[in-house]
Design a protein around this ligand. Structure first.
Ligand code: KIV
Ligand code: ZN
Length: 385
């Protein structure tokens, strides 16, 4: 039996923390509606206490979203929680996401406090949030660098206080996949009431491991992944929604599924990129401009014989344009013949041999040989023949 992985999208909160990605309320509403349509289970709409604008956005999103849970972030501070509850009051399924740093870096460096005091504050914030909503998610900030025994005590206590979801953030993107997976397994095996809550992964990408860590997290017992479109988020970003969803889909043997409509991944990526004015790197997995482009002769020849040789995903399945055969100085004759045929030129083997010489001369002068170059080459060839 395949188990559901809940997709918690935080593009509008952690993603919006990227410098230059600030959104106004109507932009946030447009993205929230598209995220709901994409099939995400939870939309983290913002951090209501952080500004009147964010409060307003969370409130408006709460009114409009029909099926997904709408979540508001807060610190372990009574006023934050009250403001989050107020912003969420129209939501059909409201969730308050509250928490506190649990690593010694946070306990000493940020709060100048003790483990016992922080544990007490963790319990109090969950209890306070429970006065307003049933669905309370607790985050143990910097759980990635938190001592496992202490983390287990905090998790047990906040579940007793009523937390329904426990977020184990690798806030600094420090963990190796094996360490993050072992942390989730430790909590599963050592917290007596762990099955009363859902464990959640929230992994940052400082070492490029966010996606791998989230997948290790679900393999070891987490059932929610917090992620963003295009991997946007603080510093080097957050786990990419499109990556974890497609890993789960490609590796069905893991026994998981999500609700995401994968054919909407590329349109959603473009919408987020345009709205947040943040370009997607061309080599980005699943949604980058080159994700389905083939440029070297060996790859092009193999791909043209059978797409599966060099493509594990059909671009249609993720709403991308068709695969591209890009012509560069590394391309071979089969790619040239394919592109010429697509432009309407039927060429014999001899034609291709002659045209290929000319093609290489052009390709050595340019990064990419385009359709106009091919037309000019083919027409000149036709005149000579
Ligand atoms: O990275 C983090 O720890 C966070 C929390 C606020 C959930 O974003
Ligand atoms: Zn984060």
């Amino acid at each position: 039996m395949s188990e559901k992985i809940y997709i918690f999208d935080t593009t509008l909160r952690d993603g919006e923390q990227v410098p230059g990605c600030k959104l106004n309320t109507s932009e946030k509403i447009e993205l929230a509606l598209a995220l709901e349509d994409l099939g995400v289970d939870i939309i983290e709409a913002g951090f209501p206490i952080s500004s009147p604008g964010d409060f307003h956005s969370v409130q408006e999103i709460s009114k409009i979203i029909q099926h997904a849970s709408v979540c508001g972030l807060s610190r372990a501070v009574k006023k934050d929680i009250e403001v989050a509850a107020e912003a969420l009051k129209y939501a059909k399924k409201p969730r308050i996401h509250t928490g506190i740093g649990t690593s010694d870096y946070h306990i000493k460096g940020k709060f100048n406090s003790t483990r016992e005091e922080i544990l007490e504050r963790a319990v109090q914030c969950v209890q306070w949030a429970k006065n307003f909503v049933d669905d309370v998610e607790f985050y143990a900030e910097d759980a990635g660098r938190t001592d496992n025994e202490y983390l287990a005590r905090v998790v047990e206590a906040v579940i007793k206080a009523g937390a329904t979801v426990i977020n184990i953030p690798d806030t600094t993107g420090y963990c190796l996949p094996s360490q993050y997976g072992a942390k989730i397994a430790f909590l599963k095996n050592n917290v007596p009431n762990i099955d009363k809550a859902i464990l959640s992964c929230h992994c940052h990408n400082d070492l490029g491991l966010a996606t791998a860590n989230s997948i290790e997290g679900i393999i070891h017992g987490a059932r929610q992944i917090e992620c963003t479109m295009n991997g946007l988020g603080e510093r080097a970003g957050n786990t990419s929604l499109e990556e974890v969803v497609m890993i789960i889909q490609q590796h069905k043997h893991l026994g998981f599924h999500t609700n995401i409509k994968t054919t909407q991944l590329n349109p959603m990526s473009r919408l987020v990129s345009d709205t947040m004015r943040m370009p997607v790197q061309p080599n980005k997995a699943i949604v980058g401009a080159n994700a389905f482009s083939h440029s070297s002769g060996i790859h092009q020849d193999g791909f043209l014989k059978s797409a599966i040789t060099y493509e594990i995903i059909n671009p249609k399945d993720v709403g991308a344009d068709t695969s591209k055969i890009v012509l560069t100085a590394r391309s071979g004759r089969s790619a040239l013949a394919y592109r010429l045929k697509n432009l309407g030129y039927e060429c014999t083997r001899n034609d291709i041999d002659t045209l290929y010489e000319r093609f290489l001369q052009i390709a050595d002068q340019k990064k990419e040989v385009c359709d106009d170059d091919l037309h000019a080459m083919a027409k000149q060839h036709q005149r000579i023949e």
